[in-house]
Design a protein around this ligand. Sequence first.
Ligand SMILES: *[C@@H]1O[C@H](CO)[C@@H](O)[C@H](O)[C@H]1NC(C)=O
Ligand SMILES: *[C@@H]1O[C@H](CO)[C@@H](O)[C@H](O)[C@H]1NC(C)=O
Ligand SMILES: *[C@@H]1O[C@H](CO)[C@@H](O)[C@H](O)[C@H]1NC(C)=O
Ligand SMILES: *[C@@H]1O[C@H](CO)[C@@H](O)[C@H](O)[C@H]1NC(C)=O
Ligand SMILES: *[C@@H]1O[C@H](CO)[C@@H](O)[C@H](O)[C@H]1NC(C)=O
Ligand SMILES: *[C@@H]1O[C@H](CO)[C@@H](O)[C@H](O)[C@H]1NC(C)=O
Length: 461
Amino acid sequence: MASFYCRWRTVLVCVCTPCISLVLLFVYATVMLCLSMNDGTTGLRPNHFVAPGTFSNQSFGPLPKTFWELRQHGDTIWNRLQLTIDRHFNLILHPNNTERGSDNDTLYESLRKQGFSEVTNLDSMRKSFDQLPQQLQEFVSHIHRRDYPTLIQPDGVCGAGAKDEREAPLLLLAIKSTEQNFKNRQAIRQTWGQARWVAGQWRKGKVGGEGEGGGYVRRVFLLGKGREEDVGVSSSDLLQIESERYGDILQWDFRDTFFNLTLKDVLFWSWFSHSCNRTLFVFKGDDDVFVNTPKMMMYLQDQLRKPQAHKTIEDFMVGDVIVGGLPNRVNQSKYFIPDSFYKGLYPLYAGGGGVVYSGLLTKRLEHMSKRVHLFPIDDVYVGMCMVRLNARVVHHPAFLTFDFPNRKEEEELCSYHTILLVHKRSPTQVVKLWASMKMTQALCWDAPLREANLNENTIKV
Ligand SMILES: *[C@@H]1O[C@H](CO)[C@@H](O)[C@H](O)[C@H]1NC(C)=O
Ligand SMILES: *[C@@H]1O[C@H](CO)[C@@H](O)[C@H](O)[C@H]1NC(C)=O
Ligand SMILES: *[C@@H]1O[C@H](CO)[C@@H](O)[C@H](O)[C@H]1NC(C)=O
Ligand SMILES: *[C@@H]1O[C@H](CO)[C@@H](O)[C@H](O)[C@H]1NC(C)=O
Ligand SMILES: *[C@@H]1O[C@H](CO)[C@@H](O)[C@H](O)[C@H]1NC(C)=O
Ligand SMILES: *[C@@H]1O[C@H](CO)[C@@H](O)[C@H](O)[C@H]1NC(C)=O
């Protein structure tokens, strides 16, 4: 009797348990399916699609209701434009459109133009466009254009060159300038931007000679065209003379406005890839910064000496990194980007006051930029290209694009020997600073580079 009861129980366990499990699984699947098809009206949000650190807030990108929603950016102009290109290279939607197969300028250009006419012909887009401020409207109307001719360029070489270079230049200084900023250029030429052999800072135990830790530096200024009334009639003539004298002017035929600055990146990358392919690093920055070039040389030499350098250098970019940046929604601001133009967070990017990247990365950026629509804020644009290259900019606290955090630190004797860059300094200040750094060189030669101060916000939002 007892054994019969036991057998019966075994049968029950063996047969019924899988059945019950299957039924439960079915119920679970049905419930989940219903929930995900129910357009969020139950108030359940798929919060795993939200980037870390963001909230469901009007100023962020709208949360997609389901993960396969393709039109998540509705009538936002830039997002819609970019979506047409991103979709073309989406390996799930178009498995055959690999990057390798389509390394073709004509293709990229026609993709950008095609997306532009598609998107701007939509009624909803026209409405968004009409709401944009005048300057952004102007930007959008020219967003697909990049074929601006070069007006002045260094003749055949990579910027003002160091004479008798015996090795590839270590650093090319590419400095955004404008026609009327002659004083800034002159100050830079005389101080931190001298194109020649620059010795790295002397180091303890390594005092072996000038050659230690240095390299050749080259220089080029990036300019668009100023308005005649701003600079006077003969500005082009003056610039031509300046170019003949110094050989460091690279000017293109587009209007030099804030929203056109991104063109300087894109066109510079293209020029670099043709004219400077041996240069190891690029500094790209403003003409109102002060750069500690000797320390920079040493820092870059250190990067080259790191293990695995030949690999890491391909992705190398360093600067003052801004994390989780939001588009500025204050309509009086110079950086104002309305909802109807761009939605979402900005990618990780380095402040445009000054950033350093490798020559190898420059070529990759040049290539990738063909697949990213111009964005009116240049440093954000570089971040957008970096994301698509799967590369990440490194933060270094010695890049002070928002100046020293306090006066006390700035007034310390060796303060300027501990930094790589500081923004912002007038031409007069730059000349003075350079002279005073020469004076304190003997005292401060071994001051280490600035490190993150725990009291200061290293992550800016
Ligand atoms: C969205 O976030 C911004 C910035 O944190 C805040 O100023 C604003 O009040 C928020 N808006 C809403 C609707 O919560
Ligand atoms: C993709 O390429 C493969 C082989 O090159 C080809 O057989 C296939 O038809 C292509 N698919 C599409 C959608 O073009
Ligand atoms: C580049 O792409 C265009 C358009 O797709 C095509 O007509 C052309 O043949 C391609 N050129 C090369 C060199 O692949
Ligand atoms: C950029 O330059 C082009 C060419 O000069 C000009 O047509 C356009 O209006 C400029 N864009 C902006 C936003 O100023
Ligand atoms: C640099 O460009 C020249 C031609 O302009 C080419 O011969 C050379 O191989 C290139 N070097 C590198 C490292 O790409
Ligand atoms: C800026 O915003 C204020 C308040 O929202 C509005 O009254 C004003 O018209 C806006 N200005 C422009 C130029 O859009």
